[in-house]
Design a binder for this molecule. Structure first.
Ligand code: 5GP
Length: 175
């Protein structure tokens, strides 16, 4: 099996851990008396999500959604299809969507619209990475781990053609 060629590590395992703990503490504070329902977006957010929920010290429930965005492997087309929907009703619940990375913002703005129709009590977005310079629609994550430049990254759940999700750090892919 051919290995992925990496340019450099941009966020180490230790830095990831620190940032996730910080986000968890902030979310714990904000959702202390709320009915927290955390939605992870498969597959990329699965690693971040499992770390994050263990840093949130208030009761919560989880579910997953799977979205497919059409386009070449390193670009988003903006056309999004839902492959897996939630098992549960989110009406009246305090929903926190957990995503691996916000790039153009097209995926999450589509998702936000389709979740708001279901009348949650609140809806916020937590992303581990953000590339604000690539935004095509107005979308500001409520919680963000690290802001990065316009480079394609893999690791910590993020893939290139399904490879690299298991890496414990985030690295820039060699072009
Ligand atoms: P958006 O709709 O915000 O453009 O794209 C979000 C999705 O594009 C992410 O969930 C992710 O699947 C993919 N994506 C965007 N940038 C990167 C990147 O640097 N690395 C990887 N592996 N996926 C990315």
């Amino acid at each position: 099996m051919k290995e992925l060629e990496l340019e450099r590590i941009i966020i180490t395992q230790e830095e990831i851990h620190k940032r996730v703990a910080g986000l968890g503490a902030q979310i714990t504070e904000d959702y202390k008396d709320k009915d927290l329902f955390v939605i992870g977006i498969l597959k990329g957010a699965s690693v971040f999500m499992s770390d994050l929920i263990r840093e949130i010290k208030t009761p919560l429930e989880i579910d997953f959604m799977s979205l497919k965005s059409y386009g070449a492997s390193t670009k988003t087309s903006g056309v999004v299809r839902m492959l897996r929907d939630l098992d549960q009703d989110i009406s009246g619940r305090d929903v926190l969507v957990v995503e691996d990375i916000v790039d153009t913002g097209l995926t999450l703005s589509y998702l936000k619209e389709s979740l708001l129709v279901r009348k949650p009590a609140s809806l916020k977005i937590c992303t581990f990475l953000d590339k604000p310079s690539r935004r095509k629609v107005e979308l500001e994550p409520d919680y963000c781990g690290v802001v990065i430049d316009d480079v394609f990254v893999v690791g910590y759940g993020l893939d290139y053609n399904e490879k690299g999700r298991e890496l414990p750090y985030i690295a820039e892919l060699k072009q």
